[in-house]
Design a protein around this ligand. Structure first.
Ligand SMILES: [Zn+2]
Length: 287
């Protein structure tokens, strides 16, 4: 909870006293807190310096994902994609966050077809008709920018294309739902509503997360509807939204490598992710 007195400087970085700045906002936040909602600690509100740093790493993540459009094609292995991203990340003065994170052996995640997330690059050759997710997180000066996208390998089926498109729409609707003084619950509601409209399921065993000064921070972002009272969004918070949507059921299995998550029923899975900043009016996409 943001604990400030009227004469303290406002948390927002305006250098004004709270009573001359976000006093009404703070009153509403305290009211929501008293109603049982979680509220962010000051450490989750990024400073202008933090935001500038996160924007820098997020921009590189965005550029690398853009450039993969010309690299991913039938015949390439996920190891080759990993090597390209790793070398470009280093060349441009950044560090790939996934490498050695809790023992993860590679610099990116590559998740093909029924792999939901956290696929480990290997010698698997991408073939015509595959869909693959590439998840990149760059670190520059200690700041993290996290994003993932779907790529189609050659010509893909119309059903795979629809899953990719609807999953992207889920992310876009979720980003639109972000508003200060709303609980993060609205994000999962927006995603679930759209996915269910298309008879898809929403993966529940993974979620989005606070990010920026570390790879994973509070709050946890659920991608499905929940009735508990979660954290209230405040300008300056940075987190990822990264819905994983399945053609079949939402159940997942983790493979023996302890990382790769696959759909239990073998159905296709898609995911899109952005790192976003909560603003005074909504959300700014940083990646
Ligand atoms: Zn303020």
């Amino acid at each position: 909870m943001l604990k400030l007195k009227r004469n303290d400087y406002c948390w927002c970085g305006s250098k004004k006293k709270l009573k001359k700045c976000h006093i009404d906002f703070m009153d509403t936040l305290q009211h929501l807190h008293s109603k049982g909602y979680d509220t962010p600690s000051l450490s989750l509100i990024k400073t202008d310096k933090d935001i500038a740093g996160i924007k820098k790493s997020s921009t590189l993540t965005h550029q690398l994902l853009d450039e993969l459009n010309t690299i991913i094609k039938p015949g390439i292995t996920t190891n080759e994609i990993n090597t390209w991203v790793h070398e470009e990340t280093i060349k441009r003065g950044a560090i790939p966050a996934p490498l050695h994170y809790k023992g993860f052996p590679k610099s990116i995640c590559t998740s093909i077809n029924d792999v939901i997330c956290h696929g480990i690059p290997d010698d698997t050759i991408l073939k015509e008709g595959d869909i693959v997710n590439v998840d990149i997180t760059c670190i520059i000066d200690g700041y993290f920018g996290d994003s993932c996208r779907m790529y189609s390998v050659g010509k893909i089926s119309t059903s795979a294309q629809k899953l990719i498109d609807v999953t992207k729409e889920c992310l876009d609707l979720a980003i639109k739902s972000v508003k200060p003084l709303q609980p993060v619950n609205v994000i999962g509601e927006a995603i679930e509503k759209h996915a269910h409209k298309h008879n898809y399921s929403v993966v529940e065993c993974f979620g989005g997360h606070g990010v920026g000064n570390a790879f994973h921070e509070e709050p946890f972002i659920f991608h499905y509807k929940r009735s508990d009272k979660q954290m209230i969004m405040v300008p300056g918070m940075v987190f990822t939204i990264e819905p994983m949507i399945n053609e079949g059921g939402y159940d997942c299995n983790i493979l023996d490598d302890d990382w790769t998550a696959v759909t239990k029923d073998g159905s296709l899975s898609a995911q899109w992710e952005h790192t976003i900043l909560v603003t005074e009016t909504g959300a700014e996409v940083l990646t």
